[in-house]
Ligand binder design. Structure first.
Ligand code: SF4
Length: 355
């Protein structure tokens, strides 16, 4: 089993240490054997700059900060095409994926911040139930209820052994009356699901495992191996959770058809014989922005990841921001192949979206 993340240092702000959940995180970190737990005298984190970009990266990636999420971070935002709303339990991730989708969207060194004011964060959920444009009230996905995505800015399972936040959220969604049908969703590249198996989830949390071709998995440092993720998928499904695949980022690497076919066959084997299996598939192709490329090349200067603008098509987002996606013929080829392969190899999977 891939070893759980062990931060070298935990920094706890004054306000975070005053909250029960903040104190619980400190206790968990101490129990996990973290020796350097610093209770700060204020709410300011010390500078995490090292001698150069690599040193700053290493320092940040080995640090967990326990902080109070400010009101701006607690405001739930729409998050199409995944879910009606985004709810953040933390920000940042200890893994080292060379294509990390957080690069360019988080400011400063890539430190992981766990939020101590979990009650306040989850307290915003009821006023959003029944609202939203992705699943709520739609023909295709209305049966999912109002959906809340917890993995936009973190991998919540990767830090769960230190925070317990995901278990609290799953239990809250599973047992509280939040004012209507709801679903918590998260996606992960980790596999330590043991603490989640016995929770009273009531079928109201969908866990999706982020899976990929073997050649792409090589870019995913510090995560659980693919076989471990698929074992975890099976265990969660057997524990009655709705489950899913986030196949992302899809890349037309050499031999991609064979590699993705092998992946889908491995998923079919991992889900065989699960009673009442509820399996979805979300398909996301690789893309990068000028900013994410710049940040990723700073973090991983020797990466072999293809980020060549000449091989890409420019797509403009809602606010005019440029994304480099695959050209239309490549996209069409990938999409056609995946739709057929899902149909034939994983006929029980419900396809949610392609992007
Ligand atoms: Fe980034 Fe996700 Fe990899 Fe973490 S697991 S480094 S958030 S891509």
């Amino acid at each position: 089993m891939t070893r759980s993340w062990q931060p070298k240092r935990v920094l706890v702000t004054k306000s975070a240490a005053e909250l029960p959940h903040g104190r619980q995180i400190v206790e968990r970190c101490t129990a996990a054997g973290v020796e350097d737990v610093q209770l700060l005298r204020s709410d300011r984190l010390p500078s995490l700059s090292g001698a150069d970009e690599r040193a700053t990266y290493a320092l940040a990636k080995s640090t967990l900060a326990v902080v109070v999420a400010p009101p701006s971070k607690r405001k739930l935002q729409p998050i199409p095409p995944s879910a009606d709303w985004r709810v953040d339990l933390a920000e940042g991730c200890p893994a080292h994926c060379q294509y990390c989708y957080l690069a360019g969207s988080l400011g400063g060194p890539p430190i992981t911040r766990a939020y101590a004011n979990l009650d306040e964060i989850l307290g915003a959920v009821p006023q959003h139930v029944g609202a939203g444009g992705v699943t709520s009230g739609t023909d295709a996905r209305g049966h999912e209820g109002t959906t809340f995505e917890a993995s936009c800015y973190t991998d919540p399972l990767g830090i769960e052994h230190l925070t317990g936040s995901l278990s609290s959220a799953i239990t809250r969604f599973g047992t509280a009356d939040l004012g209507g049908p709801v679903q918590l969703r998260f996606t992960t590249k980790f596999a330590d699901v043991e603490p989640l198996l016995g929770l009273p989830h009531n079928g109201r949390t969908r866990v999706r495992f982020s899976v990929n071709a073997a050649s792409v998995e090589r870019f995913e440092g510090g995560t659980a191996r693919m076989g471990e993720r698929l074992d975890a998928l099976r265990r969660m499904a057997l524990a009655g959770y709705p489950v899913g695949l986030t196949i992302a980022p899809i890349m037309p690497v050499e031999g991609w058809r064979e590699e993705y076919a092998a992946l889908l066959d491995a998923v079919a084997a991992a889900t065989a014989g699960v009673p009442g299996l509820d399996l979805t598939a979300e398909l996301i192709t690789h893309r990068f922005t000028p900013k994410s490329k710049d940040v990723l090349l700073g973090w991983y200067p020797r990466t072999k990841l293809e980020m060549d603008e000449d091989l890409r098509r420019q797509k403009r987002g809602k606010f005019g921001a440029v994304k480099h996606v695959y050209p239309a013929p490549v996209m069409n080829e990938l999409r056609t192949w995946f739709e057929e392969a899902l149909d034939s190899r994983l006929p029980d999977a419900r396809f949610l979206y392609w992007t």
